[in-house]
Design a protein around this ligand. Sequence first.
Ligand SMILES: [Zn+2]
Length: 151
Amino acid sequence: MGEKLLLDAMVGRLRTYLRICGHDTLYALDEDLESDRAIRKRAASDGRILITRDRRLATRTEDAILLESKEIEEQLTELSTAGIALEPTDEPEYCGVCNGPLEALPDGEEPVEEAPDDQERIWYCLDCGQQFWKGSHWERIEATLDSVTGE
Ligand SMILES: [Zn+2]
């Protein structure tokens, strides 16, 4: 079961990883949340866990995970320790670009030109139209997640 998360400006790179793991993950800068107050308000009204490197913001937010590291692998380890599941889902659920819902590309719909010909499954975002497939970018993310979770 995915979590509802909100990433502070400094930890935006985590969004791709968390969305692949089936977490509904908003990014503060995509949502125009600039002040601490706006971030805390959004986390509370959406029921999201705030993920931040800002100690002061974390202590003032009811549901928050404070990350100490600047390195993505170490940040993922910190999240795993905090109880966030880091297992890629079989079917991707959230768009890596905008967090919109993904669906399998219907028969008869043309894949984008960049999509590899041998790709069996392609998903697209209902909100922004971006298409996704399990290519090398995806494999790198899965490999990083595996190294963090020790699989
Ligand atoms: Zn999208």
